[in-house]
Each structure stands twice: as C-alpha cells, then as structure tokens.
Design a protein around this ligand. Structure first.
Ligand SMILES: [Ca+2]
Length: 475
C-alpha cells in the first residue's frame, strides 16, 4: 500500500513537474515580446502581387502569406517618393512634421524630393525612430537594405537605433563616378559599386542569419529592399523566370525572399511569436514595368496609385488567417503599433501622427482611427481623405513632377468617392457641397498644423543640416 502510494505520489509529482514546466513554457511564450520583421519594397505597385490581382507575376509565397494573414486594401504611405515615405515609417509622423519633404543636395539646391549622395540633410538624430523604441525594450535591431534618410555619419542607421546595418545608403540609381553605389556594413563601405544582381539574395541571407542568431531573444529586422526600383536586377536563378521581363523577375525574387524568411520563422518554432509586415514605400513608376492597377496614377504624385500600397500582415494565431482589412491605415501606424507590442511607449514629448492599429489587425469590426488623411507633395497640400471621400484641393499652382523642379498651372477642386470611383474620375463636388466644406475645413487644419506651399506649419520640427558634409562613402 505504501509502495503503491509512493508510486502514485511519484507519478503525481512527475505529472505536476511536467505541468509546471509546461506552464513555465507557455508563460514564457506568452510573456516574451513578439519579434518584428518589417519588409519594405521600393516602388512596388498596388497591382504587382498575385494576391492583389497581378496576372503576370507569380508570387506564391506572398499569396500564401495573405491567406495565412491579413491583406490591407487601404494602406497608405505619406508621400509618393522614397525619402519622405521612409521618414514617416521610421518616426510615425507626416514627412512635413519632421521636415523631410524637401531635400538639400550637396550644392544646396532643393529641386528634388529625395536625398542625394552627400546631401547636407538627414533625418534629425533627435527624432525617435521605431528602432530606438524597440532597442530600449531590449530588442536586437537590424537594418538590412536601403536607408535613404541621410548618408552622413550622424544620420546612418547605426546612429538611429539599429545595432547593425547592411545595405546601401540611398537609391540604387545613385551610382555616380564620384561615388560608386556603396554596399555598407555598419559605417564602412565593403563593396563599391555593389553587384546589384546579388542584393536581394544577400539581404535575404543576412536577414535569415540575423533571425537565427537572435531567435532566443526579441528581435526587429527592418528589410528595405533595393528592388523594384530602377535599375532592375535579379540574381541568375531568377532572370527570365517571369512573364514581365526583369521587373517581374525582381518581384518574383522578392516573393522567394519572403517565403524563405517565413519558412525560417516556422522552422525555428517562433512563427506564432513574430509579426511580419510586408509593404512598399510608394507606388510603381510609370516606366519600368510595374502596375498600380486598379488604381490610377504613378509614383511621385498624390493619386491613389502613388500612395496606396500592397500591405500584408502575418502573425499566425494572432492575426486571423485569410482576412481583409478595408479600413484606412498607414505606414505612420507601424511605430505606435510596434511600440505597444514591445511594451514600449509612443513618445509623449512630441506630436506623433500615426495610431496603434493592433485592433485593426485582430478585430474584423474595428474602425480606422483616422478622421482625416493628408496627401502632400513636397510642402504642398494636394488632397485630403475622410471616410470614402477624397478632395483634390483647388490649387493656384502646383509642382511639375518628381524630376522637374518648378511649377505648372493650378487646377480646380475635385471631390471623388473612393469606394465607387477607385480611379478618381468623377467630380461630385457640386452634388455634395457639405462634404466639400467638411474636407476643406480638415485641409485648413492640416495647413495650420503642418503648413502648405509658402505657409509655415505651427508644429513642424527641423531636419538636421550638416554644413560641411564629410564624404565618408568615397573610399
Ligand atoms: Ca521608392
């Protein structure tokens, strides 16, 4: 009897130990902070993925990511070109807020909308980036890819919250005689000009290695691809594989890359503790083979095709599978959302424009936190959206284009309903004067807050200017 009792006791004790261990494990799992992976393509259009309607690109991995996660239909960037769009992603603010809409070229001209090699300007180190918030929460942080928020030493990713940087400091078409396109590791150039055919593959390898070496801790990988920005490149094994030339090959290699990253997370058993976000910095450009269909407009403008992007979010067990979010969200929301998930805080000593959208990611009935969304081009307020309505504002004059400094003639206002008129063709301003007036009031609020052409905003913060930039990239 005693023996039996003892055996029973041992058995029970053993079971209790197992239960306790299981309890510890699940507690550990629940309380550990989620890993965060942010994949940011360059100039990839709304219509470039199979799950967004592309018939010329095969994207089985991204299509599977959409089936296993959430697809956003109304996900915006804050500007149709690289630098301002990335400034928003990193800070959670409109580019106007952080003064990253207008660049300063080495010679001082402000004709362009993005930073050029040796620019005197960069994202002010006093801004608080996503990486800085996550680093404070104990995350290992890596930037693997294109930075484009300043190439001077004080602006590089390693000064903005990233433990490591492997990538190019600006766009892949900025390959100049005086400065061949550099591949950098942290603050050092390791190859120039970089062999661009290899970039997507090497970024993927670096990402997988970083994930593997930090699988036991919380990590944040920011992976801003060089593709599909012109000049287009793909590695040998992807060349000629698509029905859409080199552009399609590059898209398909990005699809492969994403599949490899998700497979790594599954193999390591950390998929259910990792949020992966996949999106793009602006719409496809008109000339290189991309598609923004069914939207109108191209990169560089304020039509939907320029500023609305494909966006997939994947977190098995947390984000419902095969779900679609049609509410308005933006890249500015990534910082507040990731801050919350990490247990960190959104900075409260400054205005942050983005919102925590965890509810949108997990609750089909959640509504957008935006009362209004603003479309700026450079420092000019072009349009405002509220609900389904978008008002293209009446302008006395407007910027010519991304590549041509100067102004062209103005335009009359145009009110469109984005639900019934995705191509923004039919002006309804005469039928809905009350809506026009409401949107004009919202626009005026933005002008007071953030400014407009020739009108300073009240709540802008300065970018940093370097008077005598060090040309540290020239080896
Ligand atoms: Ca871009």
């Amino acid at each position: 009897m005693k023996n039996c009792s003892r055996r029973t006791f041992l058995k029970l004790a053993g079971a209790a130990t197992v239960a306790m261990m299981a309890g510890c494990n699940s507690l550990k799992k629940r309380s550990s902070k989620p890993n965060l992976v942010l994949i940011f393509c360059d100039d990839l259009g709304y219509g470039d993925l199979g799950c967004y309607g592309s018939t010329v690109h095969k994207t089985p991995n991204l299509d599977r990511m959409a089936r296993e996660g959430m697809k956003f239909t109304d996900f915006y960037v804050t500007c149709g070109v690289c630098t301002p769009s990335r400034a928003s992603l990193m800070t959670g603010c409109y580019p106007r807020r952080v003064d990253m809409h207008v660049n300063a070229r080495p010679e001082g001209s402000i004709g362009r909308q993005v930073l050029f090699p040796r620019a005197k300007k960069g994202l002010n180190p006093s801004e608080i980036t996503i990486a800085e918030i996550l680093k404070d929460q104990g995350y290992a942080t890596a930037c693997i890819g294109k930075w484009h928020l300043g190439d001077q030493p004080e602006f590089l990713p390693t000064e903005q919250g990233f433990d490591t940087f492997f990538g190019i400091p600006y766009s892949n078409d900025m390959n100049r005689d005086f400065c061949p396109l550099p591949l950098m590791r942290d603050t050092k150039v390791i190859e120039a000009p970089v062999d661009q055919d290899t970039l997507t593959r090497r970024y993927t390898q670096e990402t997988i290695e970083f994930i593997k070496s930090h699988a036991d801790n919380s990590f944040f990988v920011y992976l801003p691809h060089a593709m599909t920005h012109n000049p287009l490149h793909a590695s040998e094994s992807f060349r000629g594989t698509s029905e859409n030339g080199i552009y399609g090959d590059a898209v398909q290699e990005i699809d492969w890359s994403t599949g490899e990253i998700l497979a790594t997370l599954r193999q390591l058993g950390i998929a259910d503790n990792t949020l992966v976000v996949f999106t793009s910095d602006n719409g496809a450009a008109s000339r290189w083979g991309g598609s923004n269909l069914p939207l109108s407009g191209w990169k560089g403008g304020t039509m939907e095709g320029s500023m609305r992007e494909p966006c997939l979010m994947w977190w098995p067990g947390t984000i419902p599978a095969n779900s679609v979010c049609t509410e308005l969200a933006s890249t500015m929301d990534i910082l507040p959302t990731m801050a919350r998930l990490s247990g960190g805080k959104v900075p409260d000593d400054r205005i942050i424009d983005g919102h925590d959208i965890f509810d949108l990611m997990t609750d089909a009935n959640a509504k957008t936190p935006y009362k209004a969304f603003y479309y700026y081009q450079k420092e000019q307020l072009m349009a405002v959206r509220s609900g389904p309505w978008k008002l293209h504002l009446a302008l006395d004059k407007q910027y010519k284009s991304v590549h041509h400094p100067g102004y062209k003639e103005g335009r009359p206002q145009k009110l469109v309903n984005l639900v019934s008129d995705l191509k923004e063709q039919h002006d309804l301003s005469e039928q809905y004067p009350d809506i026009v007036s409401k949107l004009q009031k919202l626009a005026e609020r933005a002008r007071t807050d953030l400014g407009d052409l020739g009108r300073p905003g009240m709540n802008q913060r300065p970018a940093a200017i370097v008077e005598n930039p060090i040309v540290q990239l020239k080896n």
